[in-house]
Design a protein around this ligand. Sequence first.
Ligand code: GLN
Length: 500
Amino acid sequence: MTVDLSALTAPEIRAAILRGDLSAREVADGAFARIEACDDRVRAFNEVTRELAYASADRVDDMVRSGASPEELPPLAGVPVAFKDNMNLIGTRTTCSSRILANHESVYDCTAVARLIKAGGVPVGKLNMDEFAFGSSTENSAFGPTHNPWDLERVPGGSSGGSAAAVSAGMATITLGSDTGGSIRQPGAFCGVVAMKPTYGRVSRYGCVAFASSLDQIGPFSKSVEECALALNAICGKDPMDATSVDRPHEDFTRDLERGASGLRIGVVTDMLDMEGVAPEVKSATMAAAELFAALGAEVGEVELPSARYGLSAYYIIGPAEASSNLARFDGIRYGHRVADAKDVLDLYMRSRAEGFGPEAIRRIMLGTYALSAGYYDAYYGQAQKARTVIIRDFERAFADHDVLLTPTSPTTAFRIGEKSADPLAMYLSDVYTIPVNLAGNCAVSVPVGLGDDSELPVGIQLIGTHFAEGVVLRAARALERAVAFDVTPPLVRELQARA
Ligand code: GLN
């Protein structure tokens, strides 16, 4: 019998292993069978890690065989997990889907990755992404795009497109992505899965290749809110290797999940709903979600974030500025691709970088170095930092009398592969709703609420909380998830299930 990951949640997998109904090895084989059945079409994986998976699975099976009690068996025992390919894991390459790191072997473990494995996760592979996390469609990968399991002609979103598609297609149960301006939430919305960006500092960034250090945060993808909470439980917490990780008392994020929405003060961010480029089906799904919350007993009101619309402009200065500095280390000497026949050291730098980086990485580096250059620094970088402060204040005002803010996750559903790749500005618009959250360091989750009336593709709703309010955000997300009762199984999986 082949285990179907689309039919099991993480707690169900653990319980079945504990009862002896399944072994962790059989569950891992279920992941590999699905990968074999569809990843030639989805292309979510850069690398499949059978040996690592079996080593972890065998540890779990040995524990069960030697009579481990329910308390002793770790919370995600035997659960197939996979990681965006910008996270280091010894025994794998960490390529960032870039030619410049195509053969880079991990020499240490990313903290969040190590914690998920320590919690019992079975690592099945590394996942495709936009090169260095620059993008919203996974089309900027040097290894070719990932395809959306809901419609293989469409993008899965990005930059963590592989992480979203792998969960959607049942090739892994929980995956990790990174989110600098929306790269967890937007692909979560496009692929119809739950996807969370935790508060800045909640999860260690150690071992995740940096894009923009003041914005980056690692977070989970899963089919359900409960699994998202379990994954966050496993990965969060202070890490001596990341000075920006925050020391907070332990919280169990599953604790309040079933408390319902009654009494929650929810603010619909109305001034951002009428922006140009917002699909009518996304707007109507957002209003429907707000009405559902009201019906569940939440206090639903309107709120404005007047400066959030400047988030995109500020982000495309601050993000590239930090990226240009972070990417300076890829110089052909210390890491990655090096030209064979350099004339001198400058020639080596210039040609190794020109050959190694793709067009979007080059664009970001140029934007960033320009914005930081003497004479332009105040006009661009300084101004963008001021805009960031104004956005932070907007959020503080909004959270003074709201527990959760509600917006769409992205203005449209998944677009066609190739549709926006020639127009970087149109692509950048995918993140209008998500970027302000990174600039302010808040937490937010994208919850799939159904298929759009026109596109018949998944629509995601973003629920935003203030700093360290993951508990209340997940509680609201769970209430919404239960009320919409959306079946997250994509057509590709139904087709495979019908054949089995
Ligand atoms: N799409 C945005 C960008 O291209 C956000 C990417 C991210 O969050 N890593 O920068």
